[in-house]
Design a protein around this ligand. Sequence first.
Ligand code: SME
Length: 150
Amino acid sequence: MLYNQLKTKISSLVNQSINTEKTLFKICEILRSKISYYDWVGFYFKNGSKQELKLGPYAGLDTEHKIIPFGKGICGQVALTNKNFVVPDVKKQNNYIACNINVKSEIVVPIFVDGKNIGQIDIDSNILNPFSKRDEEFLEYVCAKVATLL
Ligand code: SME
């Protein structure tokens, strides 16, 4: 139920958006505050023509990883594979960039515009293995909505 309510809320925020940056920030804040195991929520976008991601709006602790080269970390891998990446336990990943010491798991879902992977939503959780197919489906919905703004 919560997910359906959130979908409705996000859909109306996107439809009424007059400032993409602010809307993306609001989405981050809503997801972080309403879903108990979403502890850091942010958007990364392809940085112009460079083979790297640049941090966009986010909610949660500050991170020093404002730029991530393609291929590095979970985010950088998703930039290349175009696929969702669910990490139940970050300690078991070799190619992982730690954002802060509290993070135990992560999910990254790509954003497609005209079939091109132009960025992603990245969620960190401070608990182990919290993400299910439901999160993937929900975040795919969020990314599809966000794509209409970009
Ligand atoms: N953990 C990510 C880096 C970004 S932070 O989580 C904000 C990664 O491995 O790509």
